[in-house]
Write a protein that binds this ligand. Sequence first.
Ligand code: ADP
Length: 418
Amino acid sequence: MLDPTPFSSVADIKEFLRPVFFGLEEEDLDELAQASAVRTYRPGEVICQEGTPGSTMYVTVSGRVDIVKELAPGVERHLQSLGPGEIFGEIAILQQGARTATVRAADSVTALEIGQEAFLTVLGRSPSLGIRILVRLTNRLRDSDQQAIAALRKANEELNQALGKLERLDRTKADFIQVSAHELRTPVTALLGYAQMLQANPTMQSHADLQLLVDGIVTSTKRLARVFDMILDASRVVADSLQVTRLPVSVAAIFQAIADDNREALSQRHLTLVMQGLRELPVCYGVPDLLRKAFNHLVNNALKFTPDGGTISVSGGEVLVPDLGPCIQIVVADTGIGIPPEDLELIFEKFYRTGEVALHSSSTTAFKGGGPGLGLTIARGVIQAHGGRIWAESPGRDEIACPGSRFVIQLPLGAARP
Ligand code: ADP
């Protein structure tokens, strides 16, 4: 049932409008009352719709209306509720544009509709009405500003809570991985020891077929141990618990040792490893074992992601970096498949690997050989623990053209001195 109209004459409407447009001349009130049409709305009915052109303003006579704004499809923000004697819909007239919000009847509503012509005529004659509308608009702006700030604060708080929860979950996961790796590393060490004893046993050596089996066990167990070691290294890096004591380090000696370790794989894959400028580098200070691990991951990756016959080059030099001071800079470059631009940072995240992981082979030195996706996390953690930085550069990934990748490391000389 619609509300019956509460007015029996234009004079009634004029009396109703008097306090609403307080201070208006009689003739202006007359004009507004003449131009008013009484309308009733059912609960929930849309009185004016955001985005549609508006040439009518409204004065609520009875009931309440809700002013809402659509933030996203299906998501509304409630801006304001207005009761009897309050006006709405005037902004679109003043702006000569579309409705900036939707107004809906909260319950049964009776309202006066006043056309834009009468409203603008009266407004033009009455500066006091203009000022009052301005004050109203400013108040409404301030209200919605405060509402927006409150909503932003709430959203920020919720985001922070969600972030805290995710961080706690990530820590639980990292703890689980670290504890599991610890627990599993010990029996694997024992297993490797026994397998190596068997391998060296003369009886075993006299049986070629058994020897083959034991060799397989030793190789696989070593690989398993290497994976657990990497998980433990990565856990330390993620937990920021790397102990960096400062010992003199020869970068050239480290890379020479890495070259020696990889000699067989390099020759099998017909890869050339070139080293330039490393002997001329000054001694830097840090943990040789950790730096060796970091550099080894880079060379190992270059080996894995460069097709047979390619070149891996390691070059060294001294650079002055604005925020790090004097540094040694090492670049490990390859003529491999390259890295897509969107992955250049992501590859330093733990367990992140580019391309189709299922296609990676299980060998650590074969072309596109597999790995747990931890090498670069460890490398970055180690370099950062030494006060330095590491990043990747590549024109993109292309397995045919092989544009190559470069990993640049900067290690500060000054700050690292004990
Ligand atoms: P893993 O080698 O164990 O997969 P890493 O953290 O060492 O893990 O490397 C992460 C990923 O970064 C690799 O899986 C590979 O997709 C990419 N990547 C690393 N080094 C290179 C490189 N030299 N050339 C091309 N891609 C590389």
